[in-house]
Design a protein around this ligand. Structure first.
Ligand code: ZN
Length: 117
């Protein structure tokens, strides 16, 4: 069965996340929900991506917590080498965001946030 071509969004997620997490990371279920681990590893090697920190397990995926100010689910975006976790909910009183060089660090910072910060 012919496979659907990789979209620009999928390629962006693969290029940004695979070097940090590898193939067995649990977060692929959110970032590349239609791709198997075999698809992911084959495509990463085809693109010549370099793994920086080794394989991460399924359990090492941490989802960002809801916004501490309004409770909305935040968005996670990669742009120009940085990850940003942000509350994009229009009525949010704060519209808070946190940015870091790695995906893991951005989510860790976001999840440590408290309403009094
Ligand atoms: Zn919010």
């Amino acid at each position: 069965m012919p496979k659907r071509a990789w979209s620009t969004k999928e390629l962006g997620a693969l290029a940004a996340l695979w070097p940090e997490y590898g193939t067995t990371w649990g977060g692929w279920v959110d970032y590349l929900p239609e791709r198997t681990s075999r698809d992911i590893s084959q495509h990463a090697y085809q693109l010549g991506l370099k793994r920086a920190t080794g394989e991460r397990t399924r359990e090492e995926y941490v989802r960002p917590k809801p916004c501490p100010f309004c409770g909305a689910a935040p968005t996670v975006e990669y742009r120009e080498g940085s990850w940003t976790v942000r509350c994009n909910y229009a009525p949010c009183p704060v519209g808070v965001a946190t940015t870091a060089k790695s995906h893991r660090a951005a989510i860790a910072h976001w999840n440590r946030r408290r309403t009094h910060e």
